[in-house]
Design a protein around this ligand. Sequence first.
Ligand code: GDP
Length: 489
Amino acid sequence: LTTYSDEARIAFDTLTGRAAGLISPSLRIGVTGLSRAGKTVFITAFIHNLLHGGRLPMFDAQKSGRISKAYLEHQPDDAVPRFQYEDHIAALVESRIWPESTRAISELRLTVEFESASAWNRLLSRGKLSFDIVDYPGEWLLDLPLLGKDYDTFCQEAMEMARLPVRAELSAEWREMACGIDPDAPADEMTARRLFEAFSTYLRACKADHRALSTLPPGRFLMPGDLEGSPALTFAPLEVEPGKKHKPGSLHAMMERRFEAYKTHVIRPFFRDHIARLDRQIVLVDAMQAMNAGAEAVTDLERALTEILSCFRQGRGNLLTGLFAHRIDRILVAATKADHIHHESHDRLQAIVRRLADRAIARADFSGAAVDVLAMAAVRATREGTVRQGKETLPVIIGTPLAGETIAGETFDGETETAIFPGDLPEKPGLIFQQKKAEDGSDSPPDHPIRFVRFRPPRLEQTAEGVTLSLPHIRLDRALEFLVGDHLA
Ligand code: GDP
């Protein structure tokens, strides 16, 4: 791995940018998470609440009125698609539908003018800071370990994972195909295509709702971005014998070449051009979906989180920091969609994420950045209430289920508000890792299923004076304080 040219390029870009006056003080914030974790919604809510002076009592700069102005500016990187904030906020607020999810990398620059809380800082800084918010699929991060692996290792590991009980059935078709093909057979495009398709069908099946298994590399097989259909993606693992040499011109040789091309032309540039420049990172996780799917999905989410955190680990043994000197100093792991549960369970959700993150940190032997955890909802689609059932008063959440959602046999039309009792999260976070077995040995459903209904985004409230309030949220302010608060202090 030669690294000097990459390092030199970053240094050169920074220098020329400074010289051209392009670079004002800025903080690059990466927003990631596996697909549908809530990245698009988070970024949209982040920007909206700053542009519109949202209610952010735990975000000190806003609460104390020190932010005088917030506005969008041209982003510094012309080659990266812009995060389509205007479309996303119109969907959320005007149409009350959820915006289109992240499918590739995008970026947006938000600049704030502020007054520092300390007289010393007021003297030193201009009181202007840009946030470059970079949205990218977590699936792409999971590719980093591939940089340190050759094709045969990739094949062996993919086969091993595919044979695990939780994935065996989903991978059966691909495994049968892969095991029935001679790696020494002449290279053939159609065979490569069929294998790629069978392998990516298996990866997609792992993500299906009731499975909720986290992703395996290569990340672009699920989130191809602009590489859809390109030959760099048309490869798949084969059944290989360790140490065996293969003939030039064989299927194995072709697959190996494409795997190496994927590393060189896809993975490395992505890490060099985007990840290596980040200052802060938020990792969003949909812990509730995993919990509902059972202990194996939770363990799988923990594995993905371990790999994601490993990417940001400092020091020796990390491919990324081995490659690039830049460092991320704060990482927030946030469970999203906390508006699906009653506030009494928010701390429990946070404790569960803490447990997940702690285990991931220990397994990744992580050090170098401050890691915090949070249970939040970037957009709060529900409010809380109580209903009486006999002598009992039950806490409920009230919202408008999306058209087509069903609860107890009733199908909703997308206009009707309803109250549901979402269920409780376990008091002891460790319980989510324990799967009970039914008498016949099969996995029994989790003890604490959350009644998970998708709600429409909320209608914006108006004050008595007719002022429209910004999008409601849960603990978004705490997320902002951790991610950027110190730079506005
Ligand atoms: P991405 O793939 O990470 O960009 O995920 P999105 O931000 O598009 O979110 C996926 C889906 O999760 C959305 O369409 C919503 O249904 C749901 N979602 C995300 N964030 C929230 C939230 O804060 N509250 C609620 N109720 N739902 C959310």
